[in-house]
Design a protein around this ligand. Sequence first.
Ligand SMILES: [Zn+2]
Length: 117
Amino acid sequence: MHEMGLMEDALRMVSEDAEKHGIRSVEKISMIVGDLSNVLPDALCFAFDAFRMSGEIPFLKNDATLEIIRERGLARCSACGTEYEPRQLLATCPDCGLPFGVLLAGETFKIESYEGS
Ligand SMILES: [Zn+2]
């Protein structure tokens, strides 16, 4: 489950940023997870809860929450211009069947924001 490592990295980034801004406790973290990003939201929540309850991350409040904003996949066919939602990275255009889509969205995995004081 690579989400443990991803969450650890995310918490480290938030932690460093919070420290820079004099924020001592974080109560909410919002992350954008694309449908094609290879990250499972459920596993990410599990990892977040594990870190939250472990007490290893001092700035993270016991009742901190994780908000996951899903980003749906979107691709545009280079041949005919049709936009479609790809189910996987190498998807074919539903109109002309060519696999030359340009991925416009869906691969994002990032911290959108966090709240704390
Ligand atoms: Zn097409």
